[in-house]
Design a protein around this ligand. Structure first.
Ligand code: HEM
Length: 607
């Protein structure tokens, strides 16, 4: 647009001598923020009619500004922009999401009331005016947020879906069926190693991300997602580094080298319960996914509270486990958006939220039982809750520690059961699909003095290869584990990521990168011992995470998986049930922070 047309606009917009400077500034800004020069882009469509309409609108706008309602509308717009620039743009607000959601709604209702019912109230005008003022506030707020995130944000130059950089609701819309692992995998294929998956979030698929973000020397901190249990807290959700370090030391006493022997005795009991069922149903089709869950939850209930859920015996889902599994369904769609999770949790009448709260109360009640009824000298060492209670009782901090004790009781059941159950389901799926791996494990186990020789089992190369390969292709935590970059920012593989940006490092995709593994989609356990050339960079394999937040239950989990695999493989041949080909395990898998595999029907036949 030339100066002739510009000065026309300027005559109408601001008829004062200072207007030339203002109009110049306006067009300078438009040019600056648009991806390409705004004026050249707009020029062909700005003919005299359009210009006249634009001018008329501006006249109306100035007239409106002189009326009372017009002033209110302008003020609302100003408040909208100011609340973004002063409040929302800084810090975290997800915990206050319920207040921030209801406040404008209540304010609009109050405004509506005064305009329609007050002394000078008029129903029709009042409704119209309230709508206009509220609309003006929200339009201004959302426009300000959108413009800022698209054109000014520190990470605006990272590629990714445009809507994802404006709002995280984009992510919710895509993960409504709990398949975040596939959503992120597709984004990697489209946009490359660094993808902007949210207004303040970058998902990094580069192999170096694992160590940079999770390794021992990293300065990152846990992201807003980890406030999910508030007002409770737990080792796995603690964001404060000092608090986490202290709590971790208490946990290390609960699951240590010394206590492992105690746990192993009880693992053998649960493996034997699983095997009894398989023996009774030998030659018949069984739902292996379900039995892996029964096994893992029974064992974890026992380790956590000395109270097994006894599902392997009753052959039925325990009420509390059903609650927990239903409640965790919430994490699939809302996990990518911490503020939505907080908001959703405030709607306590929704069935899934009721399940969530009931599950939390159930776990808290189990912890209270332990606190109230078990005396200090009787607390066994090889029980997680008893070690945590012992610490609180000996420091007289039971009441102060309640939020941690209650949070830990819920977190340990989820962290310890879901992960083991999904890994075992996937492992048996792989053994049924490739029986030669089961044959190799059988040979290895036969070389040991006993099938439950824990030391010997640890050294079985092929069995460990099968476990690693299962965890690589089917990680139990496929995308979770988000971190925030330190305030000063950080560099990952030469790419600078500014401070306080959430970084996601999805194990599901990183475990399948061609840059890291030859034939990445193939299940080759030998790559972990006899064919190391098939692994190009071992450092980024972290199914249990690395660094100070690494899985504290790793040894416990591996012991369960090894004992169960060794016993079942040495006694039975494993095959798919008639009509089953195993595809449902991956096809129906859900990513609810932990992975939930699809149904798997197997037949175990005695050897
Ligand atoms: C195959 C089984 C398992 C896998 C693959 C696994 C994986 C993981 C991963 C990836 C993390 C890090 C999560 C994050 O960054 O937020 C983690 C943390 C954790 N896991 Fe496990 N886990 C398994 C079994 C267990 C078991 C049996 C327990 C029982 C005690 C357990 C307890 C925990 C706890 C308490 C944390 C938090 C540690 C911290 O933040 O200091 N996990 N696990």
């Amino acid at each position: 647009m030339g100066w002739y047309q510009l000065s026309k606009v300027h005559e109408f917009l601001a008829p004062t001598p200072r207007s030339v400077t203002r109009v110049r500034a306006l067009f300078f800004l438009l040019n600056r923020f648009a991806r390409q020069p705004f004026i050249t882009k707009v020029r062909p469509v700005v003919h005299s009619d359009t210009l006249q309409r634009f001018v008329n609108m501006n006249k109306l706008y100035f007239l409106a500004a002189q009326s009372r309602v017009g002033q209110e509308i302008l003020l609302a717009a100003l408040v909208g922009i100011t609340s973004h620039l002063v409040l929302f743009i800084r810090g975290e607000h997800h915990v206050k999401a319920p207040i921030l959601f209801w406040l404008p709604i209540l304010a609009t209702a109050a405004l509506g009331y005064t305009k329609t019912r007050g002394p000078s109230g008029n129903w029709n005008e009042g409704i119209w005016e309230t709508g206009a003022v509220a609309g003006s506030y929200f339009t201004a707020l959302l426009s300000s947020i959108t413009i800022y995130r698209l054109y000014f944000h520190r990470i605006r130059h990272f590629p990714g879906p445009t809507l994802a950089s404006v709002t995280k609701l984009w992510h919710v819309a895509h993960t409504i069926d709990s398949r975040n692992h596939l959503v992120l995998d597709r984004l990697h294929k489209t946009y490359g190693d660094f993808v902007r998956t949210g207004p303040t979030e970058i998902t990094v698929f580069h192999p170096e991300a694992t160590l940079a973000v999770h390794g021992f020397s990293n300065k990152c901190s846990k992201s807003a997602w980890y406030d999910i249990l508030l007002p409770m807290n737990s080792l796995s959700t603690m964001r404060d580094k000092r608090q986490h370090n202290e709590r971790r030391k208490v946990w290390e006493r609960a699951i240590s080298y010394k206590t492992m022997a105690g746990y192993e005795q009880r693992i053998k009991k649960h493996v034997s319960n699983l095997e009894s069922h398989i023996e009774r149903t030998a030659g018949q089709s069984i739902n292996m996914t379900q039995w892996c869950y029964f096994f893992a939850f029974d064992a974890m209930g026992d380790f956590a509270f000395a109270a097994s859920f006894d599902m392997l015996k009753t052959k039925e889902w325990h009420y509390a486990v059903m609650l927990l599994r239903r409640a965790l369904g919430l994490l699939g769609p809302v996990s990518p958006v911490p503020w939505l999770a907080q908001l959703a949790l405030s709607f306590t009448v929704i069935p899934i939220i009721r399940d969530w709260n009931e599950m939390m109360s159930w776990c808290a009640a189990r912890m209270s039982e332990q606190i109230n009824f078990i005396l200090l000298p009787n607390l066994p060492h090889y029980q997680i809750s008893s070690c945590l209670i012992r610490h609180a009782k000996s420091n007289s901090t039971v009441e102060k520690d309640r939020p941690f004790l209650n949070g830990d009781s819920a977190a340990v059941i989820v962290a310890g059961s879901d992960t083991v159950a999904s890994t075992m389901t996937n492992l048996f799926y792989r053994l049924a699909a490739c029986p030669e791996h089961a044959d190799k494990i059988r040979e290895e186990v036969a070389s040991l003095p006993s099938v439950d020789d824990s030391r010997g089992l640890k050294g079985l190369e092929h069995m460990n290869g099968v476990i690693n390969e299962t965890l690589r292709l089917h990680p139990a935590v496929p995308t979770g584990g988000n971190r925030d970059t330190p305030p000063e920012g950080m560099s990952i593989a030469g790419t600078w990521i500014p401070g306080n940006i959430t970084v996601v490092t999805p194990r599901y995709t990183i475990g399948r990168l061609e840059r890291l593994y030859s034939q990445p989609e193939s299940f080759i356990p030998e790559r972990w011992y006899s064919k190391p050339e098939l692994i190009l960079d071992r450092k980024s394999f972290n199914p249990f995470n690395t660094g100070r937040h690494s899985c504290i239950g790793k040894d416990l989990a591996l012991a369960q998986i090894r004992f169960a695999t060794a016993l079942l493989v040495s006694k039975y041949r494993i095959s798919f049930a008639p009509g089953e080909d195993g595809t449902r395990v991956c096809r129906d898998m859900k990513d609810q922070f932990t992975a939930v595999p699809g149904k798997l029907k197997l037949v175990f036949s005695r050897i």
